[in-house]
Design a binder for this molecule. Structure first.
Ligand SMILES: *[C@@H]1O[C@H](CO)[C@@H](O)[C@H](O)[C@H]1NC(C)=O
Ligand SMILES: *[C@@H]1O[C@H](CO)[C@@H](O)[C@H](O)[C@H]1NC(C)=O
Ligand SMILES: *[C@@H]1O[C@H](CO)[C@@H](O)[C@H](O)[C@H]1NC(C)=O
Ligand SMILES: *[C@@H]1O[C@H](CO)[C@@H](O)[C@H](O)[C@H]1NC(C)=O
Ligand SMILES: *[C@@H]1O[C@H](CO)[C@@H](O)[C@H](O)[C@H]1NC(C)=O
Ligand SMILES: *[C@@H]1O[C@H](CO)[C@@H](O)[C@H](O)[C@H]1NC(C)=O
Length: 410
């Protein structure tokens, strides 16, 4: 098999000025194992566990991810091999559901966040769907309570957007990765009730649309991070916020596309595709040292060129901001996923540079360096402190690259 080489050929065809492109390998098995084990060691917050579950699904149990070509829902019985490779994800869901207080209405304490606990919902639905003990309804009950809370209890903005916070209406770009993918997946699994299935897929789409209506800055093609409410807002074009939005919309798009009612959502799928493309295209415009020519030359001698290192900045369009590997990784992952769907490779080149940068930003123990502190949003992680979501983004990027390469073999 010559996957990276094949992609290089494909890129060569797309960018005809190229003489040579790197046969960019993905992460080594050795590195992926370390990144995964570090992730599992430090992911503790609700959204970190939810993102870890998604990353480990895409990496290890990819046929169960919404990015796989199979129609949803997934099989109810897993063969031994798939059961083993899905065990990371099922374990996360099982630990969450077993630890739930009896009367809990959400999957986990979200520290005041509406969206974050819902990020675990896809893993819980998958655990329910594939469980062997059919008299155990705990996963199903937990998922339905979480859905109910999102749809009928959490505060909403006047336009219908579900608040990311419990105590006031405040919209965070992060929400788009946390809640709409769960609402959509719930809908795709509602096979016994077609109208519920359609309603939930539509709701997931609408939440993306309504969030975009409020957060997007048309001039920049980028989204603000936090708006509305009495707490602190963050009106910057935060790299990770834009990455959450693009990657979350991708999961909704793929869930719709692989659902049994996909054909009823043509306009919605078209819009989601444009909205994801808008974010990734706008983000890569700010990648340090754009010149493709210079990139191609640097590929001949990959380590020779410092100024083309491929990073994005923490605030994408603020040159005073600092280099951030976390958002760079997730935006590259979203770019590869989008290209796999649309076969439009126009943003693949900058994302490939970014993947190279991410590989250079992993230390020998499998920790991602140069991350933003995910709790402050606006300072680098302190020396020696690592980003749980950054670790997950590396695995999402590796999986997206692997799948793009596999789907590009001609
Ligand atoms: C998950 O993927 C990693 C990296 O490819 C691999 O080393 C590991 O064995 C896989 N784990 C399972 C449970 O499949
Ligand atoms: C699936 O894997 C888990 C370990 O994660 C194991 O406990 C369980 O027995 C397996 N189920 C089946 C049906 O093999
Ligand atoms: C199956 O689930 C039921 C309901 O939660 C529980 O009472 C029973 O002990 C479980 N069976 C096994 C074999 O775990
Ligand atoms: C849980 O799985 C069962 C099939 O075993 C399915 O009928 C039910 O709808 C699922 N629950 C949810 C919330 O998807
Ligand atoms: C798609 O987006 C356009 C432009 O934002 C909007 O006018 C249209 O109503 C959207 N279509 C759907 C089905 O939401
Ligand atoms: C990439 O460049 C930025 C400065 O633009 C720097 O902070 C970062 O450390 C570099 N990354 C690597 C892996 O060299």
């Amino acid at each position: 098999m010559l996957p990276a080489y094949t992609l290089a050929v494909l890129l060569l065809a797309t960018f005809s000025s190229a003489n040579v492109l790197p046969a960019l390998p993905g992460l080594s098995e050795h590195t992926a194992i370390k990144v995964r084990s570090n992730l599992l060691q430090i992911a503790t917050h609700s959204w970190e566990l939810g993102t870890a579950a998604q990353a480990l699904t895409e990496l290890n149990a990819s046929s169960l991810s919404v990015f796989s070509p199979f129609t949803l829902p997934p099989p109810t019985r897993l063969d031994d091999r798939l059961n083993a490779s899905a065990s990371d994800v099922i374990n996360i869901a099982t630990n969450i559901v077993r630890a739930l207080p009896v009367d809990s209405k959400v999957l986990v304490d979200g520290d005041g966040a509406v969206g974050d606990p819902a990020s675990l919902g896809v893993a819980v639905l998958l655990a329910n769907w594939t469980r062997t003990n059919l008299s155990d309804s705990s996963f199903s009950v937990a998922a339905s309570q979480q859905l109910n809370h999102l749809l009928y209890v959490a505060p909403r903005n006047a336009n219908g957007a579900i608040s990311h916070r419990e105590d006031q209406v405040q919209l965070w770009a992060d929400f788009v990765y946390m809640a709409p993918p769960f609402i959509a997946y719930y809908g795709a699994l509602s096979t016994g009730d077609t109208s519920q299935s359609i309603d939930l897929l539509q709701e997931a789409y609408d939440q993306c649309r309504l969030y975009r209506d409020i957060l997007r800055d048309a001039d920049a093609g980028l989204w603000k991070h936090i708006v509305l409410g009495s707490g602190e807002q963050d009106l910057t074009h935060w790299g990770t916020g834009n990455a959450w939005a693009a990657a979350g919309m991708l999961r909704v798009l793929e869930t719709i596309r692989h659902s049994r009612v996909s054909s009823q959502f043509e306009a919605q799928k078209g819009n989601l595709t444009l909205w994801i493309d808008e974010i990734v295209g706008s983000a890569w415009k700010h990648q340090a040292s754009q010149s493709h020519e210079r990139f191609l030359r640097s590929c001949v001698n990959i380590y020779s060129s410092q100024q083309t290192n491929g990073t994005l900045l923490n605030v994408l369009d603020d040159p005073r901001s600092f280099a951030d590997s976390s958002s760079t990784a997730l935006l590259a992952a979203a770019t590869f996923r989008l290209a796999s769907i649309t076969r439009d490779f126009s943003h693949v080149l900058p994302a490939t540079r970014a993947f190279q940068l991410i590989q250079q930003s992993l230390d020998s123990d499998g920790w991602l360096l140069n991350t933003v502190d995910p709790l402050t949003f606006n300072t680098p992680s302190a020396p020696g402190v690592h980003s749980p979501e950054g670790q997950a983004f590396v695995l999402l990027l590796e999986s997206a690259w692997r799948d793009l390469v596999a789907s590009s073999i001609i």
